[in-house]
Design a protein around this ligand. Structure first.
Ligand code: 5AD
Ligand code: SF4
Length: 457
C-alpha cells in the first residue's frame, strides 16, 4: 500500500460518538501516511462524518459537498488528487443516494465500518469507482479501531463503551443507522482508559446511545452493568473524573444512582432525556415509560445526590401533540429544574413510524412551542449558574482561554469556568472561587490545588 505522506481533513457533525469515531478514523489512517490538516483545500482525503438525527443536518452535508467538490476540481487543475468520503449516519441511511446527488463522492461508509477504512481506500484505488459500504459487519469495529498510537494531548476524552439501540422510539433513526445495541467487553474498555490515563487524560466521558444499558462481559464471562464498569474505571490511577452520556430513563438502575452518592470520581451531572411530559405523546413515541415514572426517578436521584445537575432532551411538535400535551411538558420541566437541556422541533425522518402519521403539527406551532420551552429552560439554566456565585468549586483545567493568562476548565456540573492561572496547571484540579456568570459559563479566581477526591463544599 502507498504510505507516502498525505493529508486528511475530517469534519465532524452531530453527537459526541461521532467525535470519538472521527478520532479513531484518524488513528487508522495514521499508519497509511495521513497527517491531519485543518485546511480542506490541502487535503488528499476529506471525510465528512455525518449526523442524520434531524433534517437540516443532512441538507448541510449536501451543501458542504458542493463546496468540497469545487476544491476537488481546483486541486485536479493543479494535478493533485482529492478523495471525498462521507461517513456516519447520513452515509448509512442514504447510501448510494449520496453518490447520485454528489457524483464527486468517492467513498460512502457507515458507522460500523471505520476499521475497514484502509481496505475501502484500496478498493477505491483499484476499481476507480465509488465504494459504498453500509453493511453491519459481523466483526467488532472496536477491535480494529483500538489502535491509538497518536499521543493525545487532551485532558478530557470520550470513550465509546456501547453503541446502537434496540428501543425504537417512533421518531428516531438511530436503531437503523447505528444498528442493534452492542456493549464493548469490560477489559477492552479498561485497557483503552488506562492508555488514555498514561497519555495524560484526567476525565473520561463514557459514550453510548443508551450508555446506561451497558452490559459488557467481564473477565469471568459475566455481564457487568454501567455501575460496575464505573467502579472498575474509578480504580485507574490518573483518571480523576468520570461522566457518561446519553442515558435512558428505563435503564437508570439503583446501583447506578447509588454510585453517584458513593463514588467521588463520578461527576454530579446526568443527561437523562425524557422528550415529552405528556403520557399520550410518550406512548406514541414508544418511550416505554410515563411522565410520572421519570419524575419519580428524578426525585430518587435528587434524594441521593441533591446537587445533581440534570439535563435532558425534548421534542416539540411530535405528531398529534396538542396544547395540553405541550403544557404537560412545560409542567414537567418546571418540576425537574434543569441545569441545561436541549430541545428540538420534531423532524420527520423517512423510514421511522412517526413519519407516517397523518397528524403532523404545523411549522409555526412547532416554532412557537420551541421558543416557549427554550425560554423556560434558559431561565432554569441561568438560575442554576447564578447559584454558583460565591461557591468554591473544583475545576479541572483543560486548556488556555481566549485572554492572556486565562485558562478554561470544567466544574463538576460541566460548566465551563474561566480563570487566571499558570498554564503549568493544565490537567490539574484547582479549587476556584466563582465570582461571575455568563450565559453558558462561569468565571472565578484560583484558590488552591484541590484535595484528592475533590469533595464539593
Ligand atoms: N426530530 C427531532 N428531534 C429528534 N431527536 C431524535 N430524533 C429526532 C427527530 N426525528 C432528538 C431527541 C434525542 C436527541 C439526540 O435528538 O431529543 O434525544
Ligand atoms: Fe433514538 Fe430512542 Fe434509541 Fe434514544 S432510545 S437512540 S431516542 S430510539
Amino acid at each position: 500500500m502507498d504510505n507516502a505522506p498525505k493529508k486528511v481533513f475530517v469534519k465532524t457533525y452531530g453527537c459526541q460518538m461521532n467525535v470519538y469515531d472521527s478520532e479513531r478514523m484518524r488513528d487508522v489512517l495514521g499508519p497509511l501516511g495521513y497527517a491531519e490538516t485543518a485546511v480542506p483545500e490541502d487535503a488528499d482525503l476529506v471525510i465528512l462524518n455525518t449526523c442524520h438525527i434531524r433534517e437540516k443536518a443532512a441538507e448541510k452535508v449536501y451543501s458542504e459537498l458542493g463546496k468540497i467538490r469545487r476544491m476537488k476540481n481546483d486541486r485536479a487543475g493543479k494535478g493533485a488528487e482529492m478523495l471525498i468520503a462521507v461517513a456516519g449516519c447520513v452515509a448509512q441511511a442514504e447510501g448510494e443516494e449520496i453518490v447520485r446527488r454528489s457524483p464527486a463522492v468517492d467513498l460512502v461508509f457507515g458507522p460500523q465500518t471505520y476499521h475497514r477504512l484502509p481496505q475501502l481506500l484500496a478498493q477505491r484505488r483499484a476499481s476507480g469507482k465509488a465504494v459504498i459500504e453500509t453493511e453491519f459487519p459481523a466483526e467488532d469495529k472496536f477491535e480494529g479501531l483500538n489502535v491509538s498510537t497518536v499521543p493525545r494531548k487532551s485532558v478530557a476524552a470520550f470513550l465509546t463503551v456501547q453503541e446502537g439501540c434496540d428501543k425504537f422510539c417512533s421518531f428516531c433513526v438511530v436503531p437503523y443507522t447505528r444498528g442493534a445495541e452492542f456493549s464493548r467487553p469490560v477489559e477492552q474498555v479498561l485497557e483503552e482508559a488506562r492508555r488514555m490515563a498514561s497519555q495524560g487524560v484526567k476525565e473520561v466521558t463514557l459514550l453510548g446511545q443508551n450508555v446506561n444499558a451497558y452490559h459488557g462481559v467481564d473477565e469471568r464471562g459475566r455481564s457487568a452493568g454501567l455501575a460496575g464498569l464505573v467502579a472498575e474505571l474509578s480504580r485507574i490511577d490518573g483518571i480523576e473524573r468520570l461522566r457518561y452520556t446519553t442515558s435512558h430513563p428505563r435503564d437508570m438502575t439503583d446501583d447506578l444512582i447509588a454510585a453517584h452518592a458513593e463514588n467521588t470520581k463520578l461527576m454530579p451531572y446526568l443527561h437523562l432525556p425524557v422528550q415529552s411530559g405528556s403520557d399520550t405523546i410518550l406512548k406514541a413515541m414508544n418511550r416505554g415509560h410515563t411522565a410520572e415514572f421519570y419524575l419519580r426517578l428524578i426525585r430518587r436521584i435528587k434524594s441521593v445526590k441533591p446537587d445533581m445537575a440534570l439535563s435532558g432532551d425534548f421534542i416539540v411538535g411530535f405528531p398529534g401533540e396538542t396544547e395540553d400535551d405541550f403544557e404537560s411538558t412545560l409542567c414537567l420541566v418546571r418540576e425537574v429544574g434543569y441545569a441545561s437541556a436541549y430541545s428540538f422541533k420534531y423532524s420527520s425522518r423517512p423510514g421511522t413510524p412517526a413519519a407516517e402519521s397523518q397528524m403532523q403539527v404545523p411549522e409555526e406551532v412547532k416554532s412557537r412551542r420551541l421558543q416557549e420551552l427554550q425560554a423556560l429552560i434558559h431561565s432554569q439554566q441561568t438560575s442554576f449558574n447564578a447559584a454558583m456565585v460565591g461557591r468554591t468549586l473544583p475545576v479541572l483545567l483543560e486548556k488556555a482561554g481566549r485572554d492572556t493568562g486565562q485558562l478554561v476548565g470544567r466544574s463538576p456540573y460541566l460548566q465551563p469556568v474561566h480563570l487566571q492561572a499558570a498554564s503549568a496547571l493544565i490537567g490539574t484540579i484547582v479549587d476556584t472561587h466563582i465570582s461571575g456568570v455568563g450565559t453558558n459559563s462561569l468565571s472565578g479566581h484560583y484558590v488552591r490545588a484541590a484535595k484528592h477526591g475533590e469533595s464539593i463544599p
